[in-house]
Design a protein around this ligand. Structure first.
Ligand code: CP3
Length: 365
């Protein structure tokens, strides 16, 4: 771990609660198809998963946006779906369509997954830890290195549905129909991914982010359905399926790495959901999606809360005065408060590089 140098890293200072005059910046999906140098390596690597598991290529694409833009944080290049892959579920990425998994429809498929303690899981993931070690050695000292994983509910949703269905109907249906099975799946993901984050931190990640990209698919209340077991009825769905499993992962990571810094991105959970992330999970920061009014959120949470976000990726595509206004809006909403500048979801392939440069020039003043 590189804790000794953490004081030099501005993102780590913000995660410790110290507001900066200008917030440090990085972008979700900052290594990606909007960069020609990424597309070049991607074409050489073969499949998307081959890119994730090749430390030479994965290190190279992680460093590309740091070289080009000098972001204050670098995020490991990988994917949240390496975990189902390591558990033995078939995962592939279809060009132009996104991820496809053999859906986990019920008990028989669950029984075929690797058990949490199976050492094959972490030998499968060894290249990821090698990439983290190389990155920490190669990054500028002042650049924070972020590891990551998906939140259990988001990963389970892909495992059950086999893809990112818009409303996650398959996972919600299975959670109602066989609550015990989905609970077991979530518990396995909590156990395996706690270990996964610990190993990323041990390999040199300074902090980690947990991506709950599908919090928005959860209903407000859990139990307005005859299939829901009585002891579950009325439980708050966001807590039950999202925030509680995340809280258990965070507690598990801190039991092994006491000062681990952890960001939780809870996309689609609304103003109220975002406000609950830090108190309910124990995270050090909440990643804010673009749909939330950042000023309203800052007015709701304590001034000590660390936020991250939340320029709309479409505003970055638009550029010009709209982009300038969005940057100014984030600065105004977070002045004097601990904040990390970011987008409110991942950058998209059609984004002009010049707009990223414009955004950073405006931010850096
Ligand atoms: O942010 C980064 O630069 C780090 C790398 C990273 C990727 N995916 C690379 C990637 C991270 C942190 C992720 C997280 C991830 N993956 C999430 C959570 C964040 C979010 O976007 O909500 C999710 C839901 C996934 C699953 C996933 N992977 C999807 C839905 C897709 C297809 C969408 C798309 O843009 O094509 C992927 C593929 C993927 N993961 C790409 C990249 C750069 C594009 C694939 C390619 O280059 O061919």
């Amino acid at each position: 771990m590189s804790q000794g140098d953490a004081a030099d890293r501005v993102v780590m200072r913000v995660l410790a609660g110290q507001a900066q005059k200008r917030p440090p910046a990085w972008m979700m999906r900052q290594a990606g198809r909007y960069l020609p140098e990424y597309r070049e390596v991607r074409a050489k690597a073969g499949s998307f998963l081959d890119l994730c598991y090749n430390p030479d290529f994965a290190t190279e694409v992680t460093l590309q946006p740091i070289r080009r833009f000098g972001f204050e944080a670098s995020i490991l290049f990988s994917d949240i779906l390496v975990i189902p892959d390591a558990l033995g579920q078939n995962v592939r990425f279809v060009e132009g369509e996104g991820p496809r998994l053999d859906p986990l429809a019920g008990r028989p498929e669950f029984a075929r997954l690797r058990e949490a303690g199976d050492p094959a899981i972490f030998s499968h993931l060894a290249p990821v830890f090698e990439t983290v070690r190389r990155l920490r050695a190669e990054l500028p000292n002042e650049t924070t290195l972020l590891g990551f994983c998906g939140a259990p509910w988001t990963v389970a949703s892909y495992m059950i549905g086999g893809r990112g269905t818009p409303d996650l109907a398959p996972s919600r249906a299975l959670a109602r129909h066989d609550t015990a099975l989905v609970t077991e799946l979530i518990d396995r993901l909590v156990t395996v991914q706690t270990e996964y984050l610990v190993r990323q931190l041990e390999a040199g990640a300074d902090a980690v982010q947990i991506f709950e990209s599908h919090a928005g698919s959860l209903p407000d209340a859990w139990g307005a359905d005859e299939n829901v077991p009585p002891e579950e009825a009325g439980r708050d769905a966001l807590t039950r399926w999202s925030l509680d499993p995340i809280a258990r992962m965070i507690a598990g990571v801190r039991a092994r790495v006491p000062n681990a810094k952890i960001i939780v991105f809870a996309r689609g959970s609304g103003l109220d959901g975002h406000a609950r992330v830090v108190p309910e999970t124990g995270a050090d920061a909440v990643g804010v999606d673009w749909s939330v009014d950042l000023a309203a959120l800052r007015a709701t949470v304590p001034a000590t809360t660390v936020t991250q976000g939340n320029v709309h990726p479409d505003t970055l595509i638009a550029g010009g005065a709209a982009l300038d206004a969005a940057v100014d809006g984030v600065l105004a909403a977070t002045e004097g408060l601990p904040h990390i500048f970011n987008l409110g979801h991942g950058i998209t392939p059609q984004t002009p590089i010049a707009h990223v440069e414009r955004m950073l020039a405006r931010l850096r003043g």
